[in-house]
Ligand binder design. Structure first.
Ligand SMILES: Nc1ncnc2c1ncn2[C@@H]1O[C@H](COP(=O)(O)OP(=O)(O)OP(=O)(O)O)[C@@H](O)[C@H]1O
Ligand SMILES: [Mg+2]
Length: 509
């Protein structure tokens, strides 16, 4: 028997106008953790969808060999029957169903001799799995009430509920907190001991070194190399991914500015379901024209709630907002846009994009006034603006008519950014703007932030990545449990930020 549990040989997969995979070879040894790296749009997710039968036999060329046997999967259940399970990059749970129902969807335990679902057993089994993941939520919780991070863990529980030999994670940690990532990696290591093989896609290079044994890099749909992780370092991987060296990960510029563009006073956001509970507690701060203001904190600290609140996305907020010295009344995102705010949300699928529409429709969606001719849409204008942002952000697509759902994850994120740039905001708020974005594209986004700042835009960036916050911000505000704990300068260290983020000290002390 071959030492490889999986061999993908000469895989080629084309979409209209795109050769997503070009003769890719990918070999995975039994019981290893194999990392798959590459830029946005390199073909990583496509390769995994070929493997899992999402793209059936006949829709690609080349061979999938599992345990020395050529496989011809027609659908996902075929691959599952051969022990392949995948946790997708995009969340795929049914929001209206409970956690337990989602985990065992189409796989429900039934009452003996009957087709009725055994609810008790279902919940019991789900509870066991959740315990393993240290996920302390009732199994009957509706998925739609959970945050992105917890949903991701439920997806993982779902994959673990199946009888797997090869478990694929497509960017599993993008939305997880540090302790959730720790749990996940601990579980991976435990399951690896039991002989399970892992394929893991991630843009977080440090994770590759923490968890993987082997790394395969692909670029533009072609395999570049497969190496033992311990022969590599971050710079080597980056060079293989982007085909050139990147010396400086953060193009930091110090922006000097004194002119206050936005002032927030005693701002509170209340939980819409529990009106006596504050999500954001009496926050005051200002934003200066031409600066990058970083907002740091642990996940759940209230950062997203703060910016969503300012953007008019919460029904119940109190406090005062001044823009250009004038008090403004923002009761809806529409009001916010009118007052020069733009918000790139962290959850691009939920809030940012209409996936079943084209890049053009999505780009122009928040700026329809710019593409109107009298009362109808002017196609020339739409094309002009969309091309402008596709070029500026280097969005990888065969055409601006492409549906957003057909873009790779990172390129979808760029479309969201393009949409908000088109509104020409005074204050651009970015919530985790580089999540799921490759190192090269991250650099482009940072450069763009610097350019916008030079044009006088104020950029507010929430990020959980401490090197990114430190690498790009002029000032850093740190949140903990809904309030600001400290303000740091651009020379802060990660330890300084963590000090405030864990609530050890208070700004007022
Ligand atoms: N269903 C589809 N229809 C058309 N083109 C597609 C489709 N799915 C993927 N593509 C294209 O194939 C290429 C590879 O995409 P893929 O999603 O595999 O990239 P990726 O490496 O996973 O990137 P990311 O890191 O951004 O997730 C991209 O150019 C993408 O636009
Ligand atoms: Mg992908």
């Amino acid at each position: 028997m071959s030492e490889y549990i999986l061999e993908m040989k000469n895989i080629t997969k084309e979409f209209p106008g795109v050769k997503a995979l070009d003769n890719v070879t990918f070999k995975v040894k039994k019981g290893e953790v194999h990392a798959l790296c590459g830029e946005n749009g390199a073909g990583k997710s496509t390769l995994m969808k070929v493997l899992s039968g999402v793209y059936p036999f006949g829709s690609y060329s080349g061979d999938i060999i599992i345990n020395d046997e050529v496989q011809k999967f027609n659908n996902i259940s075929d691959s599952e029957n051969k022990g392949v399970a995948i946790v997708y990059q995009e969340l795929a749970l049914v929001p209206q169903m409970s956690v337990a129902q989602n985990i065992y969807l189409a796989n429900e335990p039934t009452i003996l001799g009957n087709t009725t679902i055994d609810e008790q057993k279902l919940n019991y089994m789900a509870k066991e799995l959740l315990n393993k993941l240290k996920l302390n939520i009732p199994t009957n919780t509706l998925v739609k009430t959970l945050g992105v991070g917890v949903q991701q863990l439920v997806e993982i529980a779902k994959a673990l509920s199946k009888n797997v030999d090869i478990l694929i994670f497509d960017e599993p940690t993008a939305a997880l907190t540090d302790s959730e990532v720790e749990t996940l990696f601990r579980i991976i290591k435990e399951l690896k001991e039991k002989g399970i093989t892992f394929i893991i896609i991630t843009h977080k290079l440090e994770e590759i070194f923490e968890i993987s044994d082997t790394v395969t890099t692909i670029r533009d749909g072609k395999t570049i190399s497969t190496d033992d992780t311990n022969t590599l370092d971050e710079d080597k991987i980056i060079k293989m991914m982007v085909g050139r060296e990147i010396n400086d990960r953060y193009p930091k510029e110090i922006h000097k500015s004194e002119e206050i563009i936005m002032e927030v006073k005693n701002f509170n956001v209340y939980n819409p379901l529990m009106p006596d509970k504050k999500l954001v507690d009496n926050v005051s701060f200002n934003v200066k024209k031409g600066e990058i203001l970083g907002i740091s904190g642990l996940m759940g600290a209230g950062r997203t709630e703060l910016v969503m609140g300012l953007f008019g996305a919460y029904s119940h907020t109190t406090g005062d907002i001044y823009i250009d010295g004038k008090k403004v009344n923002i009761k809806s995102p529409k009001d916010a846009i009118k007052n020069g705010l733009a918000l790139v949300t962290e959850d691009r699928k939920g809030n940012g994009l209409v996936l079943s529409q084209s890049i053009m429709i999505n780009t122009t969606l928040a700026s329809l006034n710019k593409v109107l001719h009298r009362i109808s849409l002017d196609n020339n204008k739409e094309t002009f603006y969309t091309n402008k942002y596709v070029d500026q952000l280097k969005i990888k697509t065969p055409s601006i008519e492409q549906f957003v759902k057909n873009l790779s994850g990172g390129n979808q994120q760029k479309v969201v950014i393009g949409k908000w740039l088109m509104t020409e905001p005074k204050i651009l708020i970015l919530d985790e703007p580089t999540r799921g974005i490759d190192v090269g594209a991250k650099y482009e986004i940072y450069t763009l932030m610097n350019e916008l700042v030079k044009q006088g835009v104020a950029v507010v960036m929430i990020s959980s990545e401490l090197p990114e916050i430190i690498g790009m911000s002029d000032r850093i505000l740190v949140m903990h449990e809904g309030s600001f704990k400290g303000e740091l300068s651009s020379s802060a260290t990660q330890e300084d930020i963590m000090y405030f983020a864990t609530g050890r000290r208070d700004i007022n002390e």
